[in-house]
Design a protein. Structure first.
Length: 268
């Protein structure tokens, strides 16, 4: 049985974690499958966005597969964590939008996958948390770094130190998701609609915006502004913007595929 399913829906690639009996827990195969799917999408000019979800209704992803952590050595754990860190960072810097459709529990590594995505869409049943400390562990796929940046240091500290969970509504109040939580039956429809709307924008413009957003997390303001100026000028001088502006004046939808320019490789 494939543990990550791939389905292309026009310009959107849907990735589904297919381990429902294990609450869609992350193992090496799942991490590899998600990473490969996002990399493939980023290299395919026919795909402009990715949606990641989990099978069933109970769990999006309940975290790392504890069977792989049982009695592991520190050296082996370090190697495994590096693989996960690199995979999640690759998602974040792939140059293509990645939306997580969270249909239930998103705990530990599952929450960290959400944090590495461009943004999540949450079911009203979603519940998010980093409970690693209750097992004598700490988050290892970026949670200690991305969560404070997303919701503030104090709230992040409380969640990690107590193991408390965020409801979907509380996550929305904190700005963790820009989309008001939706009924479980509508989740995938809403997430795919978001992805399709992004896919209708200028692909190069979307890629440049993502690059600027990543820079805003990692670089001083001055450096980020210089990057924005360079990419904004490149966009203004490209065939994609020519098509977009002409379509605006001609009162029609732009045909960005006709004006397609090659994707730029994401950060390594």
């Amino acid at each position: 049985m494939r543990e990550v399913l791939y389905e292309q829906h026009g310009p959107v690639l849907l990735l589904t974690i297919n381990r429902e009996q294990a609450h869609n827990a992350l193992n090496a195969s799942v991490i590899q499958g998600i990473g490969d799917g996002v990399k493939s999408a980023a290299a395919d000019p026919g795909i402009q966005a990715v949606v990641i979800t989990g099978t069933g209704h109970k769990a999006f992803c309940a975290g790392a597969d504890l069977k792989e952590l049982d009695d592991i050595s520190a050296d082996d754990a370090h190697r495994n964590l590096n693989v996960g860190q690199e995979a999640f960072r690759a998602i974040e810097t792939s140059g293509i939008p990645v939306i997580t459709a969270v249909n239930g529990l998103a705990l530990g590594g599952g929450f960290e996958l959400v944090l590495a995505s461009t943004f999540p869409v949450l079911s009203t049943r979603a519940s998010l948390g980093l409970p690693e400390a209750s097992l004598g562990l700490i988050p290892g796929y970026g949670g200690t770094q991305r969560l404070p940046r997303a919701i503030g240091a104090a709230t992040a500290a409380h969640l990690m130190l107590t193991g408390a969970r965020l409801s979907a509504n509380r996550a929305y109040e904190l700005g963790l998701t820009p989309v008001e939580p939706v009924d479980p039956e509508s989740l995938l429809t809403e997430a795919m609609a978001c992805a399709e709307r992004i896919a209708a924008q200028g692909p190069r413009a979307v890629q440049f915006i993502l690059e600027c957003l990543n820079a805003s997390r990692d670089t001083p303001l001055g450096t980020g502004l210089r990057l924005e100026t360079r990419l904004a000028a490149t966009a203004a001088g490209g065939s994609e913007s020519t098509e977009g502006i002409r379509a605006f004046f001609e009162k029609r939808s732009p045909d960005f595929l006709q004006a397609a320019e090659p994707k730029i490789d994401g950060e390594k």
